[in-house]
Design a protein around this ligand. Sequence first.
Ligand code: AHG
Ligand code: MN
Ligand code: MN
Length: 317
Amino acid sequence: MAQQWTTLAEHILKEEQKIPKATGSLSLLLTRIAEASKIISTHVKHSGLIGIEGLAGKQNVYQEDVKKLDEFANNLLVDTLSESGQVFAIASEEMEKPKILKDGKAEYSVFFDPLDGSNNVDNNNSLGTIFSIYKKGKDFLQPGKNQVAAGYIFYGSSVMLVYTTGKNVNGFTLDASEGSFLLSHPNMKIPKKGNIYGINEGNYNLFDKPVQKYIQFLKKDKPYRLRYAACMVADVHRFLIDGGIFMYPSDSSAPKGKLRLMFEINPMSFIIQTAGGMTITTTENPLDLVPSQLHQKTPVAMGSSDDVKNFVKFHKK
Ligand code: AHG
Ligand code: MN
Ligand code: MN
C-alpha cells in the first residue's frame, strides 16, 4: 500500500483538537503562514528568471541593504497576516515599527524575519523565513518563553516547514507537485552531542578570548567539522538534524552580535529547546530575556546540549 502522508493542515487540526478550549485561531494563523511560504518558495525557486534578484535600493533599520526578495516576502506576509483576521499586530525585521491592526477579537501577534540569509539570494544558496507567535499580554514585547508557536521555512534543496507549539517539533516537506507540506520529520529531537560547528570564523580575531579558546578546542585531537551556510535557518536546521553547535557571538565590531532576539533568536531557540537542545547568550537562556527594544540583538550559541554546555564552560574559565 502506498504510504499515507499526514498533511500540515491535518496535523495542525489534530493538534488543535487536543486542546479543549481552542478557538481555531492559531490553526488558521499557522495555515496562512504556510500558504504564504509556498508563494515565497515559488518566487525563491524562480528568482533568476523573474527579475527578482538584486537590491531594492534602500536600507533597513540595521543599515543592511534590502533585497527585492526581502521586500516581496515581507509585503506578502504582512498582507496575508493582515487579511487573516487572527492577529492584532505584526512585527518584521524589515519594518522599523510594528503594524497594529484594529481587529477586535484577534489575540495574537506575529514577529517574523521574512527572508533569512538574503545575502544568498544572488548566488542561489539557502534561504529561510522565520516566524514567532505570541498571545496578547500586558506588554507588546514579551520574553521568548511566552511564545505560543514558532517555526521556520527552509528554502533548500527541498522546501521544509518546521514548527513547534512547545510540546514537540515537527518537520514537513513540500511536495511541489501536490503543493502540500507533508509530515516527513515527526517529533524531531536534536542529538545530545555532535561533531560539527558553525560560525563566521572570518571574525576570529575580533572574538572575545573565551570564544577563540573554544574554537581552538574544537580543532584539537578529533577536530569538529566546520559548516556555515550564512543563513541561520539552514545552519540551525543542519544542527537540529545532525547535532553540533551554531554560534553568532559578539565581537569587537558588534558588541551585541548580529542576530535579532525577537525575529531570529527567540523562535529558533524555542524550536531547539523543545527538540531537547540548548541555547545561550553566553550567560542566559535568551527565552528568559525581557526585551526592551523590538530590534535588539544578542550574541547566541545553540545546538546539542553537551556542546552548548561546553561552550558555556569556556566562558567561566
Ligand atoms: P538576514 O538575511 O535576515 O539579514 O539574516 C542573515 C543572518 C543569518 O541568517 C546568518 O546566520 C547571518 O546573518 C550571517 O551573517 P554573516 O554574513 O556575518 O556571517
Ligand atoms: Mn535573518
Ligand atoms: Mn531577513
